[in-house]
Design a protein around this ligand. Structure first.
Ligand code: F3S
Length: 63
């Protein structure tokens, strides 16, 4: 699985980071900067939960 965050949609809610901080890296302003990151299989469940938690639906999962 790969995960990408649309920088134009991200509003810095950090719900993704709260659930999977090892994957959803934030920049200094609190915006998520994940672009095509490969997700280890053991983290996939949390990454899915993080994507579902984003109020802006800014996170895309490529299974
Ligand atoms: Fe941005 Fe959504 Fe995460 S708004 S910081 S991608 S919860």
């Amino acid at each position: 699985m790969r995960v990408t965050v649309d920088r134009d949609k991200c509003a810095g809610h950090a719900q993704c980071f709260a659930i999977a901080p090892d994957i959803y890296e934030l920049d200094d302003d609190g915006y998520c900067i994940v672009d095509g990151v490969s997700v280890p299989s053991e983290s996939e469940s949390r990454v899915r939960d993080g994507a579902s938690a984003c109020p802006e639906m800014a996170i895309t999962l490529d299974e």
